[in-house]
Structures are given as structure tokens and as C-alpha cells.
Design a protein around this ligand. Sequence first.
Ligand SMILES: Cc1cc2nc3c(=O)[nH]c(=O)nc-3n(C[C@H](O)[C@H](O)[C@H](O)COP(=O)(O)OP(=O)(O)OC[C@H]3O[C@@H](n4cnc5c(N)ncnc54)[C@H](O)[C@@H]3O)c2cc1C
Length: 423
Amino acid sequence: MAGSEAALQFADAGWQVNLYEMRPDVTTPAHETGNFAELVCSNSLKSSLISTASGLLKAEMEMLGCKLLPLAAQCTVPAGNALAIDRDKFAELITATINEHPHIKVIRQEVTQLPENLTIIATGPLTSDALLKALLPFLPQEHLYFFDAIAPIVSAESLDYDIVYRKTRYDKGEADYLNCPFTKAEYYQFVEALNAAEKHTAHEFENEFFAQINFQFYENCTPIEELARRGAETLRFGVMRPVGLETLAGDRPYAVLQLRTENKDFSSYNLVGCQTMLRYPEQKKIFRLIPGMQQAEFLRYGSIHRNTYINSPQILSSDLNLPTLPELYFAGQITGLEGYTESIFGGLLSFLIIATGLKELPETTISGQLWRHLQTDVKNYQPMNANFGILPPLKEKIRDKKMKKLALSERALQDLKIVRRSS
Ligand SMILES: Cc1cc2nc3c(=O)[nH]c(=O)nc-3n(C[C@H](O)[C@H](O)[C@H](O)COP(=O)(O)OP(=O)(O)OC[C@H]3O[C@@H](n4cnc5c(N)ncnc54)[C@H](O)[C@@H]3O)c2cc1C
């Protein structure tokens, strides 16, 4: 994400770019192709609504001249107000755009030594061990790492349409989701099965290099079995909440698991919130307990992966380079941004810093605050995604939550417009 955005930015500005990518010869535990900008888990770049933080970030990125978002807009699949995309089409489009660019030379090779020329390291949460080893002398023990979990995908034709029904929560927007309704007995049977299931343990994913494991998850990617372990009602009041999802007959199920389309032709579905560390045979057995999925065909099983990021505030300058090796910049998730869109923003930001000498973005913007996050030294440095909580409060008090978010967004875009005009 960050690397593709940065490469296109610099190349369009007339720089000569050497883009190193180790795939497909050397791959990561999550990528499946050799394409650039491969989405490894959900196919959503989150909401497009300006009244959401993610929507605001995208609007800001468009104002700042983002290259990948207009390409994403050519690959959308229906998902209500979310910018969901056909992952294959998107990655193929970005790959072709990069391959055909006269100013980009693509070098398919794992980088194992620190380069000496001006370089942006945008190797993401699954940065190869060899590169991390090369970086270690410059990243004292503050480099951190943990694991993340991804959800299974099932084929549409294997679902039981006498049970699953199409509906969006509260009937807002297009009915882009399929819903699997649980009775009370079915729900507790499912929770019980999750609790009894055989899981991978952190130990199995250790390797020599990562001797010490810090076992945490993104809260929004917590494995479903971990949520079930927290209490029998956790799922029913969380990702499987039934409110606004009454069946076509008007009944309110005890719980509902939603399935989100993976592509435009609705041939495969992602089990929303079912990121998991369960072993594959266990996944097959347990997810087939979900009503409507008795015969489900699994196109991809859920799994867990490493997520590496560095303590940017301690290690990098405000320009996001290493003070000891000033030609070496970092961008994307490895710096402590979290999410596809945020990582794309990281690539855009590195271009603005290096090529235009940008020193700051308005503090009222999500982009400005994400950049600040990378510079703000805190005890427990954690990846950050777009959210309204990072913005300074409004001068006036607005009680209505939606109006408040809209006011925050309007303020941000207005301030960004002023900065853009004056620079
Ligand atoms: C399993 C998993 C699931 C995720 N799910 C989501 C999600 O659902 N939604 C979301 O918004 N975010 C998700 N994320 C978080 C994150 O936003 C994405 O991983 C995003 O792709 C990060 O962008 P990036 O540009 O920083 O890195 P990447 O997109 O991973 O790009 C890094 C590239 O560097 C290459 N590379 C690594 N090391 C080397 C080397 N030494 N030499 C050459 N090339 C190298 C890799 O092959 C890769 O192509 C997930 C992350 C993981 C790991």
C-alpha cells in the first residue's frame, strides 16, 4: 500500500524510482500473489461517509493528491457506504499502472541490506526477517511485534438460501450483506464449540529470530474464539448482534452472523468478525454450525500472522527518517499506522515530506494527527488508525453525535484547504 502510493507519487513528479518487491519469489505468511497493493484480509477501505473518521481521512488524502484512491474507485463492489473493492482487480490495476510507468523500475528481489541511496522502507507488518536483522543495529530493542488474525471466505453457491437472507442493518442503503440467523440453542452450541476448539498457540509461530512474543491483537481483529472466551454473551452483543437484522418474516433472531461480499459478482463471502486462530479442520467443523453454512465450501481459511512495527517516536525524526541514517525513511504500517487506508496515507506523506518539504499538516485533520502520532512518545506505543478521538475538540459544544462529527470533518477540510492554498 504505502510503497505503491509512494512510487507513483515520486514517479509522476518526475523522479526515477527503483521499486523493490520480494514477492512472488519470497512471500509473506498473508500475501497470495506477486501483485502490488494486495489486500490481505478484509476487502474494505472502510466508510466513504464524511461523517466517519475513515471517510474524512480519504477526503483529506484526495485533497492531498492521493494516487491509489482514484484507482480504488474503479474497482468498487457494493457494500453500503463502505469503499469495498474487488481485491484482484485493484491489485492488478495498481500492478499494471506501476509496471507501465516510464519512471519506475520494478526489481523483484528481497532487500536484505540497508540501501545507501535515498530509500523509503515500506515493508509493512510482515517485513522479512532478513531486513529486520539488517535494521536491528539501528533499532534498539524498541522495535515491537505482535500477531494478527484474518477471517475465512466461503463460496456463495455453498450457502443454504432457505436460511440465509439478504439485508443491511436497519435497511440502510443497498442490501449488500447476507445474514445467518441463530436460534438461542444454535448460538450457545456455536459458542461452546468455539471454546472447546483446538487452537494454534503463540509458541508454534515463534521462530529463532522472534524469541520473545508479545501476544496482542488489534481490537477490531480479535479472533472470534478469543471473543467467545471472554463470555457467552460477548459475540451476541458485539459482532453477532441481531438488532436491525430481523428476518424477512419479521422475527428477531437470537444472534446474527453477517457475510460480506468479496467481489462484484457476489460469488464469495467473508465471515464478518470471524478472524481466527482455529486449526483448519476445526474451522470447517465449527463454522459449519452457523445456520445456512452446513455445507459451506471454504475458499480461504482464517489464520494468524505476525505484525511488525517500530517505535517511530523513539526511533525516527519528524520527517520519518533515521537520524543516524538520514537517507533512510519509513512509511506505512511499519511506522505504527494501522489499516490499508492509513498505510496508503503513509506513502503519500513520505512523498510530501521528501519531495515538497512539508513540515506539518493542520492539527484539526486526521492526516495531521496520524503524522503527529508517529512523533508522540508514549509509554506503550501502538498502531493508530483514523478515528475522531485523535482530533482536538470543537470550540462550540454540539450535542448531536452525527452533527458533531460532521462539524469536525468540515473544520478539517476547511483547514486543509487553507494550508493547500497557501503552500
Ligand atoms: C494478516 C493481516 C491482516 C490485516 N487485515 C487488515 C484489514 O482487514 N483491514 C485493514 O485496513 N488493515 C489490515 N491489516 C493491516 C495493514 O493495513 C495492511 O497489512 C497493509 O497492507 C499495510 O500496508 P503497508 O504498505 O505498510 O505494507 P504491505 O501492504 O504489507 O506492503 C509491504 C510490502 O513489502 C514487501 N516486503 C517485505 N519485506 C521485504 C523485503 N525485505 N524486501 C522486499 N520487499 C519486502 C512485502 O512483500 C509487501 O508487498 C492487516 C495486516 C495483516 C498482517
